[in-house]
Design a protein around this ligand. Sequence first.
Ligand SMILES: Cc1cc2nc3c(=O)[nH]c(=O)nc-3n(C[C@H](O)[C@H](O)[C@H](O)COP(=O)(O)OP(=O)(O)OC[C@H]3O[C@@H](n4cnc5c(N)ncnc54)[C@H](O)[C@@H]3O)c2cc1C
Length: 429
Amino acid sequence: MSTSVVWFKNDLRLHDNETLVKAIKHSTTIIPVYCIDKRLFEATLFGFKKINFFRLKFLFEALNDLHNELQKTGSGLLVVYGIPEEEIPKIVLRYKAEKIYTKKEVAYEELLTLGKVEKEVWKHHCTVETYSTSTLYVATDLPFALKDIPDVFTKFRSKVEHEVSVRPTFDKPSTIPSPELPAFSLPDFSQCGITEIHPDKRTAFPFMGGESQALKRIHYYFYDTRLISNYKETRNGLIGCDYSSKLSPWLALGCLSPREVYHEIKSYESIHGSNASTYWLYFELLWRDFFRFMMKKHHSSYLKKNGIGSSDTKAFNHDNTKLATWVNGKTGNDFIDANMLELKQTGFISNRGRQNVASYLCNDLKIDWRYGAAYFEQQLIDYDVCSNWGNWAYIAGVGNDPRKDRYFNIELQARNYDPKKEYRTLWLA
Ligand SMILES: Cc1cc2nc3c(=O)[nH]c(=O)nc-3n(C[C@H](O)[C@H](O)[C@H](O)COP(=O)(O)OP(=O)(O)OC[C@H]3O[C@@H](n4cnc5c(N)ncnc54)[C@H](O)[C@@H]3O)c2cc1C
């Protein structure tokens, strides 16, 4: 029994958090830490930042909530600002920690950072133990070895949903033994080089970050309104808070466990009955798992122009002027422009909107899809490395779509999904 650091990353919750549960079980003292990686605020090769105001605000709210929840257990959250491989070893030394408990990673940069932290803390005889806390299914429960996981979603889904069970959730710890920690504090937006943006009343995502808000949203969407029972019919909507669950930002930061959502769907079905809609929410969570397992299987291929295993070079051009018209909602196509303005001004757009603007960038403007993915990374409140790059590669025809020539007819899509032009009027008027 010893002192351990729990290094929170995209698992900002107390419920169903195996990392935290295992740390408490094997340690006498716990130091809960979050490191705001200052590299997030630098521009990437594609010219965008990795985060902007909307997600940073949501992250700060989530950290605040996590600190409050930890305080209720007798602990708290120590937030540091810097580079994890420099900051985490300092904490290890300060508290003489022998072990770090943290989340497993699958994506390239996240793995690099984890590896660097591991190397640095090893110099102080501290080891790192990781747990998988982001998926519905545990990788070792899958009916295939990692290298054999089908690249086609339908094949993955049909086997997994029939042959594997979703494990039960871990209980929320009631007490966490921690010493007195330094006062909780967060940097200013300006310190991070981020300009604050006024909230836009038209937003489809007016919610705050944090585990408690996530659990409230589930309660609202499932039990207060029973919206989940019509999800399949409404999920292609474009306006307002209720056409879809809006769980993605909390899932992306790990304020919410997908297993918690799954078991809530099952509880709801046992009270109000199951239907195609309640099934469909689980189906979408399977997509989320799929992209995560695909990232583990194909690693950094998702960040390459030709994506996964495609040998023929796709003809993408690059044109900064056209890219800027797309980013700023000035392409001249009203459906695309309405979606791009919503994204720019709120940090959220619907799944239907994402598919259309992504297809437009790749197929109509013929721009390298990675610029689009990088812009989404900067803008989206729910940015998730696997879901974002996986979906973009899919639409660009270099990912997991068995059809490599998928093309969204934007005029037709606008007619079908915005027949009265209400959405376009909302954003373009
Ligand atoms: C180009 C593109 C980029 C995307 N980038 C992201 C991203 O960075 N982060 C992200 O969470 N989702 C991303 N998605 C998927 C999807 O658009 C969002 O998950 C969804 O719109 C979020 O709203 P919701 O929570 O109301 O979803 P709901 O329709 O209520 O779905 C429930 C949950 O299922 C999961 N889900 C639904 N659709 C998908 C999907 N296609 N792929 C993976 N998971 C899915 C999400 O976790 C979502 O919260 C992207 C889709 C496209 C086409």
